[in-house]
Design a protein around this ligand. Structure first.
Ligand code: C2E
Ligand code: MG
Ligand code: MG
Length: 428
């Protein structure tokens, strides 16, 4: 393939493509002003995994070989191409000639590669990283991070960006630290934010919101770490922790005679696991909590998969008397038709709509119509993110059933909440 490869020791050639490999790159790399590394990834790893399953290892190797040939054909013969890892190739050249070349590479890879007579179109991503002050290991990692950005943003190519890279690295660290946080007893804790009946102003329930006091990063917001956990199997022990602590708190409130439901956020992934409803029932039993005292909040992601297990688990949960709420309603809208047959009781309109109702008449119209629509379909409606008396009054006049927001109370610790609810007069 690349004639220069033959002069290299065998251990430094990739056995599939015959190109110099990562070890050779590390040995020959020198930082150079003006030089740039281009990293090309042939496919998203998940898609490649599917390809492997569909056509087998042998043809998948053809895919890599064909990718290497295609790339070598576009490049000037004097440029060394390295096969860095299964799906990634790298080369170095000055930036001047680059934008044109990167477009040419994209063009060439629009034509399918042939894998044992099967045409497969590679979904390539191109990342560019500066070689001036970077050592070999860093420049490879930076190239890969840029290629990931390229894939995430759908652009033709992306330059290394320290900010997104730092965010990715922090995300990775948070994920690796989550397991020990779940086991430690001083890092995770719950705050509770009350919801109120809009008509009477009486508190109806309290939503458990997870907090993480990280020993190095300090307070990490759930909007940062919950989605990371949701993308991996970490979500299962994390949700178990939340269920355990929130239901135990619900039991303690019931024992004190506080008439308050407890709402718990659960990831769509939890529902895709058979036995979730049984797990919840066991915890309720263990803490002596009536199922009718529990609301489980899920996001629309639940419905995207159309997974029969998800629907079965939702129905099993509802059959026990637990109420199901669809959280952040209005932010997904992958397919609106699902709301006609959703196994849920409550729709929580996302705060991004509610926050605008006092200033944007069109947002107000949307929320008012959503409330009517949800009522027609027999859902109860909760507005989240109520930040002013005016917003509260508007939602009340539109017959919104329940409301939650900083105007009434931010999330607070359970002792403060019990105190607040015992002392405070009804809102209305
Ligand atoms: P969510 O379930 O939609 O929770 C509502 C979020 O809005 C909370 O943020 C709450 O503090 C915030 N909020 C409430 N009222 C207002 C308001 O008036 N104005 C504004 N600006 N914000 C308000 P938080 O606690 O940071 O949680 C963010 C998200 O993290 C949650 O959104 C939920 O998706 C996720 N999350 C939190 N706890 C858990 C958990 O235990 N498990 C899972 N899977 N996700 C969780
Ligand atoms: Mg929620
Ligand atoms: Mg929400």
């Amino acid at each position: 393939m690349n004639h220069q490869c033959t002069h290299r020791p065998m251990g430094r050639l990739d056995p599939i493509t015959g190109l110099p490999n990562r070890m050779e790159f590390m040995a020959s790399y020198r930082p150079k002003p003006g030089a740039q590394l281009v990293m090309l990834t042939l496919s998203d790893p998940k898609q490649f995994d599917e390809l492997l399953r569909a056509i087998g290892h042998e043809h998948a190797e053809d895919f890599m070989r064909a990718g290497a040939v295609r790339l070598t054909e576009v490049m000037a013969p004097a440029i060394d191409i390295y096969h860095i890892s299964i799906l990634s190739f790298a080369f170095i050249m000055p930036f001047g000639a680059m934008p044109d070349l990167l477009h040419r590479i994209n063009d060439q890879f629009n034509k399918p590669l042939t894998c044992g007579r099967i045409p497969v179109t590679a979904d390539i991503a191109l990342g560019v990283a500066d070689c001036q002050d970077a050592d070999a290991a860093f420049v490879l990692r930076a190239g890969l991070a840029a290629a990931r950005d390229c894939r995430d943003t759908g652009r033709d190519w992306a330059r290394y960006n320290r900010k997104t890279d730092t965010a990715h690295q922090r995300g990775f660290l948070l994920l690796t630290h989550l397991t020990s946080a779940i086991k430690a007893d001083d890092q995770l804790y719950l705050h509770f934010q009350p919801k109120y009946d809009m008509a009477s102003g009486e508190p109806t329930s309290a939503e458990a919101l997870l907090r993480w006091r990280h020993p190095v990063f300090g307070n990490v917001p759930p909007a940062e770490f919950a989605p990371l956990a949701e993308a991996t199997a970490h979500i299962h022990p994390l949700t178990e922790w939340v269920l355990h602590h929130a239901i135990s708190q619900a039991g303690a409130w019931a024992a004190k005679g506080l008439r308050l439901n407890t709402a718990i956020n659960v990831s769509p992934r939890n529902l895709a696991r058979r036995g979730f409803a049984v797990q919840v029932a066991k915890l309720l039993n263990c803490y002596g909590v009536e199922p009718s005292r529990i609301e489980l909040e899920f996001t629309e992601g639940v419905l995207v998969s159309n997974d029969p297990v998800v629907l079965e688990e939702l129905r099993a949960l509802r059959a026990t008397g637990i109420r199901i709420a669809l959280d952040d309603f209005g932010t997904g809208f992958a397919n609106f038709s699902y709301i006609t047959h959703l196994p849920a009781d409550i729709i929580k309109i996302d705060k991004s709509f509610i926050q605008k109702i006092t200033t944007d008449p069109r947002a107000a119209m949307v929320v008012r119509s959503l409330i009517d629509l949800a009522h027609e379909l027999d859902y109860s409606v909760v507005a989240e993110g109520i930040e002013s008396e005016k917003a509260y009054a508007m939602l009340k006049s539109w017959n919104c059933d329940e409301g939650q927001g900083f105007y009434m109370s931010p999330p607070i610790d359970p002792t403060a909440l019990a105190l607040k609810l015992n002392q405070a007069p009804a809102l209305a």
